[in-house]
Design a protein around this ligand. Structure first.
Ligand code: 5AD
Length: 364
């Protein structure tokens, strides 16, 4: 069994070990940090994660403006508040004009990445989305556009990339087949999802995968499978947040979420894939007032304030008590930026690409 006594490790050697550990060893490492490891050891892990983040990104924090432009979804994922069978959701869709108006506001606030996220909504055809992406890129050629609109065909992804989209977020949710089946209806498949991620990468997108921590039926083994999948995919971005039960789903009241295990997974992921862009997610900020700050301290380096029109923010309810005001809100960017400085981070208003893809002049 792999030795995980961190006293005899440095950040680099720990990173190397995580990259060759097998599933059993990874499960044991995760279990150890979740339930047994003394404070001191937890701190060592978090310090390793920090050190590795600083090696590639210094203490920079990148900002992304998150635009939740439609909460219609044709899928019925059991954990998600926006699942199609939830009749209580007040569904909305933003028009291209409304989305462009948001981008305008975001640009003037200082954002240089727009993340366009929605449920899987067939209303937004390839033609419509491509036009929208092209318009945004034309108005703001110095900005990156990230799409997060679910599973689509290879050709659709190709067209979106050709239209100018730079990045794509599609969490794999869980890399364990049995676990995947417990969270999704039969028409969805893990294989298809993973295929989408590989397609996106092949086409040239900077790709984000990711998963929830403490989702129903998750085990140390399924989390180990997540790490192994991420190690194989080598995504540029990884979204990790706590699972938070939604009252109108079958998992209502399933669990009272906390931030600790998400923080452990963030530090393990940062240690295993040191160059990855890692957001301190809204979900993390929703379960712990200081969650986002804690996330940044354990290796996260991205925040995604909400730029959606205030009138619709509460309708994008993936889970209960989702925060969308205060520091989660794009309008508070100057406040957030100031606060990040006081706790030792460097707010960075560049596009914030994956380190190997950053243009020289951007880092000067
Ligand atoms: N708790 C936390 N995260 C959730 N998501 C969906 N439902 C929940 C929930 N109940 C996450 C999924 C999805 C992303 C948009 O939100 O991982 O990919």
């Amino acid at each position: 069994m792999m030795d995980i006594d961190l006293k005899n490790e440095n950040a680099q050697s720990f990173s190397e070990k995580l990259n060759i550990a097998d599933k059993k060893e990874l499960s044991a490492i995760i279990q150890n940090f979740f339930v047994e490891a003394p404070r001191e050891k937890q701190d060592t892990l978090m310090n390793f994660a920090n050190e590795l983040r600083e090696k590639y990104y210094e203490r920079k924090v990148y900002f992304r403006a998150l635009l939740e432009f439609s909460n219609y979804c044709k899928n019925d994922c059991y954990y998600c508040g926006l699942q199609r069978s939830n009749r209580k959701v007040n569904r909305y869709r933003l028009s291209a004009e409304e989305i462009l108006a948001c981008c305008k506001e975001g640009y003037s606030l200082g954002f240089r990445t727009f993340v366009l996220q929605s449920g899987e909504d067939s209303y937004y055809t390839d033609a419509l989305l491509c036009r929208l992406v092209a318009q945004i890129k034309e108005s703001y050629p110095d900005c990156a556009v990230t799409l997060s609109v679910g599973e689509r065909s290879y050709s659709s992804y190709q067209q979106l990339y050709a239209a100018g989209a730079d990045r794509y977020l599609l969490r794999h949710e869980t890399a364990d087949e049995v676990h995947y089946r417990k969270l999704h209806p039969s028409e969805l498949s893990l294989q298809k999802r993973q295929e989408c991620l590989y397609n996106l990468k092949e086409i040239g997108f900077q790709v984000g995968a990711g998963f929830m921590v403490d989702s129903p039926f998750q085990t140390y083994e399924t989390l180990a499978a997540d790490l192994i999948f991420l190690r194989e995919l080598q995504p540029h971005m990884i979204g990790i947040g706590p699972f938070i039960p939604h009252a109108d789903t079958r998992f209502a009241g399933y669990y009272k979420p906390t931030s600790h295990r998400t923080l452990v997974m963030l530090s393990l992921v940062r240690s295993m894939l040191p160059k990855v862009l890692l957001p301190a997610t809204t979900a993390l900020g929703s379960v712990d007032e200081k969650g986002r700050e804690k996330g940044l301290r354990v290796g996260a380096n991205v925040v995604m304030p909400n730029l959606s029109p205030v009138a619709h923010r509460l309708d994008y309810s993936l889970y209960d008590n989702k925060v969308s005001m205060g520091w989660e809100a794009a309008e508070y960017l100057p406040d957030l930026s100031r606060h990040l400085k006081t706790i030792g981070f460097i707010p960075d208003f560049s596009r914030g690409d994956y380190v190997d893809l950053q243009k020289k002049d951007e880092t000067l």
